[in-house]
Ligand binder design. Structure first.
Ligand code: PEP
Ligand code: MN
Length: 351
């Protein structure tokens, strides 16, 4: 249930009402939007009569039920206002949201050694990326495939952060590693294979680093939003949703089917910002530019692109990785598309 307060409601009244809801056994959450204050109520609200709630204060403008299974992530919960996720990085705050320039996250699938990660960081930064991605802990289909260098790769990510000033995004697969990874990462990635690892979702929800939640390869949009709801329900509202392709019957020419329709669909359902990953979405480096352009055209807030100094020798995901030179070209092409959109001050134009 959400309670929309009239504009100009005194703060003391919002707080008084909040305490009253708490006494009624509900969990009130004050959401201060650009125009209005809204009180989100989670708990057993089914038994509460809307008219009775309305009578609790003359400052209440409206009382609405959120009919969806997810509450905090729903667009209604913020009364139709999209939220920004602001991530502090050494180079300054980076904002993910529909009214901000497209943010590009780039880097190798796996952190392989210090030279390659630092070189990639400097190249992608020069091309206009705002975050370096790179896996220290890798979810691999085969137990015999390279599993990532683990903790030692976290130190290499820290070195690349130091050298480039880029924010770091890296995957966490195990609840036991969350604190250690959060010391280095500016954003914690939950991979497609762990989208419904509820223990992990609760754990990242209880810490204060933003979370990049990739869509499971066979997850519906509702499954995905419910997974995000786990993170928000533990107190962490900074979630970015990343589409990385889903499994369908035809996987002959691309690794996955990149579902770009999620952009308008998510925009109609949730206030959370979103990201598109054309690298895992297609699995083919030659297809990355087309799908990245399409993603910007359709309105994504951010992109994730895999870049490796020598894709032919990459320890994971070489076929979908761009060389730094190819990434330079991609960024220039993407800047042209971004200019055609109505986003504030295109950022990719620095390429
Ligand atoms: C990755 O980002 O390298 C990765 C493993 O992604 P996904 O979870 O989408 O497969
Ligand atoms: Mn990868």
């Amino acid at each position: 249930m959400i309670v929309v307060m009239k504009s100009g409601t005194p703060e003391a009244e919002v707080n008084r009402l909040g305490s009253e809801f708490e006494e009624l056994g509900l969990t009130p959450e004050k959401i201060v939007g650009a125009h209005k204050v809204v009180i989100g109520l989670v708990g057993d609200t089914a038994s509460f009569d809307i008219a009775r709630v309305q009578e609790l204060s003359p400052w209440i403008e409206d009382v609405l039920r959120v009919e969806k299974p997810y509450k905090r992530v729903s667009l209604e919960y913020r009364h139709g206002e999209y939220s920004d996720v602001v991530v502090p990085t050494p180079n300054g705050d980076v904002i993910f949201g529909p009214n901000h320039p497209v943010v590009v996250v780039a880097g190798p699938c796996s952190v392989e050694n210090e030279a390659m990660i630092v070189e990639t960081a400097l190249r992608v930064k020069a091309a206009g990326a705002k975050f370096l991605r790179g896996g220290a802990y890798k979810p691999r289909t085969s137990p015999y495939a390279f599993q990532g260098h683990g903790e030692s790769a976290l130190h290499l990510l820290a070195a690349a952060r130091e050298a480039s000033g880029l924010g770091i995004i890296t995957e966490v697969m195990d609840t036991a590693d969350v604190e250690k990874i959060a010391e280095v990462a500016d954003v914690l990635q939950i991979g497609a294979r762990n989208m419904q690892n509820f223990a992990l979702l609760k754990k990242v929800g209880a810490q204060d680093k933003p979370v990049l939640l990739k869509r499971g390869m066979a997850a519906t949009i509702d499954d995905w939003l419910m997974a995000a709801e786990y993170v928000l329900s533990e107190g962490n509202a900074n979630v970015i949703l990343c589409e990385r392709g889903i499994r369908t019957f035809d996987s002959k020419y691309t690794r996955n089917i990149l579902d770009l329709s999620v952009v308008p669909v998510l925009r109609s359902l949730t206030h959370l910002p979103m990201m598109i990953d054309p690298s895992h979405g297609t699995g083919v480096s030659d297809f990355v530019l087309s799908m990245a352009k399409a993603a910007i055209a359709v309105g994504t807030d951010s992109l994730m692109i895999e870049v490796h100094p020598n894709p032919a020798k990459a320890l994971s995901d070489g076929p979908q990785s761009l060389t730094p030179d190819a990434f330079d070209h991609v960024m220039k092409e993407l800047a042209k598309v971004e200019k055609l959109t109505d986003r504030a001050q295109p950022a990719l134009a620095i390429a």
